[in-house]
Design a protein around this ligand. Structure first.
Ligand code: MV4
Length: 480
């Protein structure tokens, strides 16, 4: 593989190209008219414009991307995350055109894109799943029967959903019929597939996912877990590895379950198997994400591997260069997603110009960034500016360094989730490891960081006043 096209933008495009360069592979960037001057365009060896800013006129134009790739003699296409990364038709078209899709085969993407097909595929592998049914349900009487059997509350999920889209919690039997009708009509209009199914609702789960990597020779490895329980409205904000609650035994069990899920769909490349863990530490398979995930850096740090390098090697047909027994967890890594969103105003996108944008640097700090000072943040795409990742020998060290690194970030012109990150890092429930996916809802209110900001302003004023008084004393000296 001599040349790779990265069908993405922002931090992930740069992150993928960084490893390609390290491996001596040439890079091609694609961009929309809004991203003409974006860092990922300058980072690449070559770049092509795809069209106007909206994604469906640029980054989602699979055929156009493939055309450019062929014209520029590209060997492989890396889709990053989002955009075309989990589009089975695109993966197939790439291969049909004689190019390598740096990701799984379309077959695996298709199975995992349907929650019901995923359940069906892993059925014979003895993977723990949440009590419920594994087929589409339209009959209300049957739904009543099943809900009674598993007990309320239940959760209605859309088969074509995922990432929390199209879910409805039903607390009482009398709401089942209306919620089911709504779920079906929502799923039909959102996904063009009205299939829904029912599961027992796990009330206070933790979100724990396992990173896997499979080669084309039948080897499947797992790179341990990431805990992603700190989310708001299904958007992850803080991720870490390892999880503060897994024992080596549980970790091993979940790792084996994850590799079996990968086996069940003939997986190739990097993937993530999502589990829910209940208060009694039972784990249940939820879904598999068939891409490199945003939060992959924390796994890279604790395992010492470059996951993009492995993706490329596997795509070239190489055998995975290590054995499961050789993989060990080293230390603790923490990631904060820095979004241009206002945590004081319901996390609304805060678009505008990055008047000042300085990143923290230092040992055990990694920033995967896609922006620079002076840039306007386009309104067309995900408002994530960068990912701040810190590492320590212990969880406590990684948290302490995260707090310091947040303080050393300088952003003016837009609001960011940085103060929210500091709030999480300083919160007793987070620090003790005693939290679940309801952390934000349970503990966060804007006043909490408004107060912290006010205190900081007061302290800053006092420091300035002291400095002023000290300066005055000194200034007086020469006249004496
Ligand atoms: C669940 C659940 C409780 N019980 N399934 C949300 C995202 C999607 N991957 C599945 N999700 C959930 N499925 C059952 N049977 C709770 C969630 C859920 C959740 C999961 C992980 C992280 C954050 C979450 C926030 C709300 C709900």
């Amino acid at each position: 593989m001599n040349k790779i096209l990265v069908a993405n933008r922002g931090e992930i495009a740069i992150r993928v190209m960084r490893t390609a360069k390290k491996m001596g592979i040439k890079t091609v960037a694609v961009f929309s008219e809004a991203d003409r001057n974006a860092p990922h365009v300058r980072f690449a060896d070559e770049a092509v414009c795809l069209g106007p800013p909206p994604s469906n006129q640029s980054y989602l134009l699979g055929d156009k991307i493939i055309e450019h790739a062929k014209r520029l003699h590209v060997d492989g296409i890396h889709p990053g995350y989002g955009f075309l990364s989990e589009n089975a038709d695109f993966a197939e078209a790439v291969e049909k055109n004689g190019l390598i899709f740096i990701g799984p085969k379309s077959h695996a993407i298709r199975i995992m894109g349907s929650k019901l097909a995923a359940k069906e595929a892993v059925k014979k592998y003895n993977i723990p799943m949440v009590p419920g049914i594994d087929e589409a349900i339209t009959d209300v009487d049957k739904a009543h029967e099943i809900a009674k059997e598993i007990g309320f509350p239940v959760l209605i999920k859309a088969s074509a959903g995922g990432g929390g889209k199209g879910m409805r919690i039903v607390d009482k039997e009398k709401d089942l019929e209306s919620q089911m009708k709504r779920a079906i009509s929502e799923a039909t209009s959102a996904f063009g597939d009205g299939s829904v199914f029912i599961e027992k609702y796990v009330t206070s789960p933790r979100h724990i996912e396992i990173q896997v990597m499979a080669d084309t020779h039948g080897n499947i490895l797992h790179f341990f877990e990431r805990e992603c329980s700190i989310q708001r409205r299904h958007q992850k904000v803080v991720e870490e590895a390892p999880s503060s609650i897994l024992t080596p035994e549980l970790r091993n069990e979940m790792g084996i379950a994850a590799t079996k899920v990968a086996e069940a769909c003939d997986y190739v490349g990097a993937g993530t198997v999502e589990f829910l863990m209940d208060a009694d530490h039972n784990f249940y398979f939820l879904e598999m994400n068939t891409r490199l995930q945003v939060e992959h850096p924390v796994s890279e740090w604790i395992s010492g591997v470059d996951l993009v390098e492995l993706q490329i090697k596997v795509a070239r047909g190489e055998t995975l260069p290590m054995k499961q027994e050789e993989l060990k967890i080293n230390g603790h890594a923490m990631e904060l997603r820095v979004y241009a969103e206002d945590p004081l105003n319901d996390f609304l996108p805060s678009v505008g110009k990055l008047e000042r944008y300085r990143l923290p640097v230092g040992e055990n700090i990694r920033v995967d960034n896609g922006f620079e000072e002076g840039m306007d943040i386009p309104i067309y795409y995900d408002p994530m500016l960068s990912k701040l990742i810190t590492y320590g020998k212990t969880r406590e060290e990684s948290i302490a360094l995260m707090i310091k690194a947040i303080e050393n970030y300088e952003v003016e012109g837009v609001q960011t989730t940085l103060p929210f990150g500091a709030f999480v890092m300083k919160h007793e429930a987070f620090r003790s490891g005693n939290f679940d996916t309801h952390f934000v809802k349970n503990y966060y209110a804007p006043e909490m960081i408004a107060e912290a900001k006010e205190n900081e302003a007061k302290i800053a004023a006092l420091v300035a006043l002291k400095q002023y008084l000290d300066d005055q004393k000194q200034l007086k000296l020469p006249t004496n």
